[in-house]
Design a protein around this ligand. Structure first.
Ligand code: KG4
Ligand code: ZN
Length: 358
């Protein structure tokens, strides 16, 4: 069967076609129209601009996705749209577009969770994970750990109480003069810092090495984003504040600011927190393969360190290619397939919601 997916929750407008035959997923087309160049001028996403840009882009990218897949609307078995969480105006644009297309062409419509879609993207891998498995969704707005059961449902087992890891990179990145969204630039700057200390080494777990090394002590410690206790809960706001204070200290004392080393130090703190959450999830739910999804899943240091952590338990990190990490519509179509199987159809009264699903 062929599924057309739509994504419009934040600053990317996306449409994609996937095919699922006998439970095997394949990507037929994936079009992502990014708006970051516009939002960069303001240092972050401007909701009203995002909604307008989605409205302008949707028709064209739908045609592109269908034609790149070599299919027409009449070939589709289902249309899937992410209807939460995200910017409400932006989500509504995608929801209303998908709804109109589905009703007019009598195609079944399903609505899905954007965050769970990031994880469902793993079904598009050449060798997809088989449940049960664990998954981490790390993005500009979320830091969540899920357990995926035999029924393919992703149950939330832990999340952040405040800021997300992507926001933590974007905000501190901005202070370091990295343009929005700062994640990729931060990744490269941290790489410079790690390379200064350990040289350039392909596939090396720099964070794991740094955490156990004396170099770490040469900078003041940063608070862990993994909260104390047995549960799995993160908080990135304390880490962000401590990082800002450290930056102030450098500027006040006039000390030479080791920008790249600082980026490495901060990255290590972020990554160590996520890894700690994964260890607690493994303790609670058993050792399983781990899927890493969401925009921050592109972070090279997080990828390397989590690979090493799950390998300690004899399990594998199921990494997504970079174009399936950031927002895209193929992931929405993949999650939509499971909603379709469950018969979880949306009607003409489908709405959007800014809030998370539990
Ligand atoms: O999933 P996504 O595309 O959108 C949301 O759902 O939020 O994630 C965007 C986030 C941004 O915060 C961006 O800075 C971050 O992903 N990001 C990265 C990297 N590439 C993108 N963060 C760290 N390292 C990267 N290489
Ligand atoms: Zn996302």
């Amino acid at each position: 069967m062929l599924i057309l997916g739509f994504e419009s929750s934040c600053d990317e407008t996306a449409a994609a076609v996937i095919e699922v035959t006998d439970g095997v997923f394949s990507l037929r087309s994936s079009i992502v129209r990014s708006q970051v160049d516009v939002h960069r001028l303001y240092g972050g996403v401007v909701p009203e601009i995002a909604s307008r840009a989605h409205t302008e882009a949707l028709s064209a990218i739908t045609e592109e996705a269908l034609s790149a897949a070599g299919v027409g609307l009449s070939d589709l078995s289902c249309i899937a749209v992410a209807n939460h969480p995200g910017l409400i105006g932006a989500l509504l644009v995608g929801v209303n577009f998908a709804k109109a297309l589905a009703v007019r062409n009598k195609i079944p419509l399903v609505a899905v969770d954007h965050i769970r879609s990031h994880i469902a993207a793993a079904n598009l891998l050449d060798s997809p994970p088989t449940p049960p498995y664990l998954a981490v969704a790390v993005s500009g707005g979320h830091t969540s750990i899920f357990s995926i059961g035999e029924d393919r449902r992703a149950s939330l087992v832990g999340e952040t109480r405040d800021d997300a890891i992507g926001e933590a990179f974007d905000k501190i990145g901005r202070r370091l003069g990295i343009p929005y969204p700062a994640g990729r630039g931060f990744d490269l700057l941290a790489q410079e810092g790690f390379s200064e200390m350990y040289g350039k080494r392909p596939d090396f777990d720099y964070v794991g090495h740094y955490l156990a090394s004396p170099e770490r002590k040469t900078m003041p410690p940063l608070p862990s984003p993994l909260l104390h206790g047995d549960g799995i809960a993160f908080s990135f706001s304390g880490l962000k504040t401590a990082a800002v204070n450290l930056l102030h200290r450098y500027s006040q004392t006039g000390e030479d600011f080791p920008r790249a080393r600082f980026a490495a130090h901060y990255t290590a703190a972020c990554v160590e927190g996520i890894a700690g959450g994964v260890r607690r999830a493994i303790d609670a739910y058993g050792a399983h393969d781990l899927v890493l999804g969401g925009g921050v899943a592109a972070n090279s240091h997080l990828r390397r360190h989590l690979s090493a952590v799950v390998a300690e338990y004899g399990k594998a990190l199921r990494l997504l290619p970079l174009d399936l990490c950031g927002d895209n519509a193929a992931m929405v179509a993949a999650e939509g397939y499971f909603a379709f199987l469950r018969g979880d159809f949306a009607g003409a009264d489908l709405n959007a919601s800014a809030a998370d699903e539990d």
